[in-house]
Ligand binder design. Structure first.
Ligand code: AMP
Length: 284
C-alpha cells in the first residue's frame, strides 16, 4: 500500500491501474477511521480492483465556530487499518495541496442543501461538494463510496454528479452502529463516558419512531414530537434539528403515506451527532 500526499502522486498511482484496465474505487474520508469507514472500504474492495482511500480534514466544510481544530487525526492507525483491508493507495493531502493560493472555485447544490444539516451549517455542503468534486477529478474513479449515516450528503453528491455529468457511480452503504445502536462516528471519541452513555438515545429515538411509523402512525408532526421528546431527555444536550422528510426531495412531510426519512442532529455537550433511519414503506 502506498501513502501519498500530492495530487501528482495519486494521479500517477491510479493511472497505472487504470491503464491496466482496472476499476478504480474511491472512499473519501476525513480519517479517524472506524468500522463505518471500513465497511465502505470493504464495499469498494468487493466492487473494484484498485481502492483509493482519501484522508483529508477538509477545512472548507467547517464553519468558523465548528470543531475543525479538535477533529481527531490518527493517520498511523488509519494507515494500518487500510493496509489490513487491502487498500492500494491512501491519499492524504495537506490543506494547501487541495487549496492552493488563489483558489476561488466552489460547487454548490441548491435546494437539497438548504434543509437539515445545510440550514444549521451554512456553507458546509458547499465545502463538501467542492472537495468531493476535486477528489473525483483527481482520482477519476469508476465508483465512489459513501455512508448513509450522512444521508443528506449522499443525496446532494448524487445530484452533483448527475448535474455536472461526472462519470462515476455513487454507492451508498448502510449505517454501521455500535452494539448499543449508536451510529459510529469519528466524533464519538470526543464524548465523555457519561455523554457516550446518553448518546445512545439518538438511535433509540429513531428506532422508536420507525416502530411507530411501521405500526401505522401517519402524522409527521406526531413523529417529530415523539422524537424530540425522546431527545430532550439527553443530559447536557441541544437539539439541532428533527427532520421527517421525503427521502428523495428532503422536503418536510405532513402525512407519512410512503417512504420517509427521519433524521436528527443533536449537540451532546459540544459534540454534534447525526443519525437517521429510512422507512421505505409504511403501513399506510
Ligand atoms: P467522514 O470521515 O465522517 O467524512 O466520513 C467518510 C464517509 O464514511 C462518509 O461517506 C460517511 O457517510 C461514512 N460513514 C461515517 N460513519 C459511518 C457509519 N457509521 N456507517 C457507515 N458509513 C459511515
Amino acid at each position: 500500500m502506498k501513502i501519498v500526499h500530492t495530487i501528482a502522486e495519486v494521479r500517477s498511482a491510479v493511472a497505472a491501474a487504470r491503464d491496466a484496465g482496472q476499476r478504480i474505487g474511491l472512499v473519501p474520508t476525513m480519517g479517524a477511521l472506524h468500522a463505518g469507514h471500513l465497511s465502505l472500504v470493504e464495499a469498494a474492495r468487493t466492487a473494484c480492483d484498485f481502492v483509493v482511500v482519501s484522508i483529508f480534514v477538509n477545512p472548507t466544510q467547517f464553519g468558523p465556530d465548528e470543531d475543525l481544530d479538535t477533529y481527531p487525526q490518527t493517520l498511523d492507525a488509519d494507515a494500518e487499518a487500510c493496509r489490513q483491508m487491502g487498500v492500494d493507495v491512501i491519499f492524504a493531502p495537506a490543506a494547501n495541496e487541495m487549496y492552493a493560493a488563489g483558489f476561488e472555485t466552489f460547487v454548490e447544490v441548491d435546494h437539497l442543501a438548504e434543509t437539515m444539516c445545510g440550514s444549521s451549517r451554512p456553507g458546509h455542503f458547499r465545502g463538501v461538494c467542492t472537495v468531493v468534486c476535486k477528489l473525483l477529478n483527481i482520482v477519476r474513479p469508476g465508483a465512489a463510496f459513501f455512508g448513509r449515516k450522512d444521508y443528506q450528503q449522499a443525496a446532494i453528491l448524487r445530484r452533483m454528479v448527475e448535474d455536472l455529468n461526472i462519470n462515476v457511480e455513487i454507492v451508498v452503504c448502510p449505517i454501521v452502529r455500535e452494539p448499543d445502536g449508536l451510529a459510529m462516528s469519528s466524533r464519538n471519541v470526543n464524548l465523555s463516558a457519561s455523554q457516550r452513555a446518553e448518546a445512545v438515545k439518538l438511535s433509540q429515538a429513531l428506532f422508536a419512531a420507525r416502530d411507530a411509523v411501521t405500526a401505522g402512525q401517519t402524522d409527521a408532526d406526531a413523529i417529530r414530537r415523539q422524537i424530540a421528546d425522546a431527545l430532550e431527555t439527553i443530559a447536557d444536550s441541544r437539539i439541532d434539528y428533527v427532520a421527517v422528510v421525503n427521502p428523495d426531495t428532503l422536503a418536510d412531510l405532513d402525512q407519512i403515506d410512503g417512504p420517509v426519512l427521519m433524521a436528527v442532529a443533536v449537540f451532546v455537550g459540544e459534540v454534534r451527532l447525526i443519525d437517521n433511519v429510512l422507512v421505505k414503506r409504511s403501513s399506510a
